[in-house]
Design a protein around this ligand. Structure first.
Ligand SMILES: [Zn+2]
Length: 206
């Protein structure tokens, strides 16, 4: 079932691994397919996926197809899809720079780069809960109404998109942004855009 979707997850998992966005067996990827979800399995390495590392779930988290258990973060993915009809794919990665902000419980709130302001506004941090728990899914889901990229405190980042390419590019862009912010601190601190400058960026949306 859903072979072309599985091929796409395998492809983007490898790209994410090549770019150090998903070290080791951390992270997971899913794609919405009607009333089903194709998602990576527990303990799989996103950069070395085979068909058996992917399974099909329904929206209650029941296993429909596959020989291994789904990712323990399946409920975060399910809640994201339930809240946002516009989201067709999700990448959850422990990418080093975004995860550093998550580790320090620091949202990316300062308005520094116009494209980030335009696309994401800011990147919040959802409160810590133990990985794989329903509580983590519930706490993180509170942010999905308003945000497409959310950090999970002491854990990592999750990003949605209309398709897998967009979800992947969203998290890649935010990871680069997080790196830019860290490097900017070394150079003396980023210059924050003024309220007027930020309003001009938001005005581009209308
Ligand atoms: Zn994780």
């Amino acid at each position: 079932m859903f072979e072309s979707v599985k091929d796409e997850i395998i492809k983007f998992g490898k790209i994410a691994g090549d770019r150090n966005l998903t070290p080791g067996i951390s992270g997971n990827i899913s794609v919405r397919c009607g009333d089903k979800i194709v998602i990576t399995t527990s303990g799989s390495a996103s950069s070395f996926l085979d068909y058996e590392d992917l399974c099909v779930l329904d929206f209650d988290g029941n296993l429909i197809e596959g020989t291994k258990k789904a990712s323990s973060e399946k409920f975060v993915h399910i809640e994201f899809y339930k809240k946002r009809a516009d989201i067709g794919a999700i990448c959850h990665f422990h990418s080093p720079y975004l995860t550093s902000f998550a580790a320090c419980n620091q949202p990316l709130q300062d308005k520094v780069l116009p494209e980030i302001v335009f696309m994401f506004g800011e990147i919040p941090v959802a409160p810590y809960a133990i990985p794989g728990s329903k509580l983590l899914a519930d706490e993180t889901a509170k942010y999905f109404d308003k945000y497409t990229v959310v950090l999970m405190q002491n854990h990592g980042a999750i990003a949605g998109g209309k398709d897998l390419k967009e979800a992947y590019l969203n998290i890649e862009l935010c990871e680069a942004y997080a790196q830019t912010l860290v490097l900017s601190k070394i150079l003396g601190g980023a210059k924050i855009l003024s309220d007027n400058q930020v309003n001009d960026i938001y005005a581009l949306k209308h």
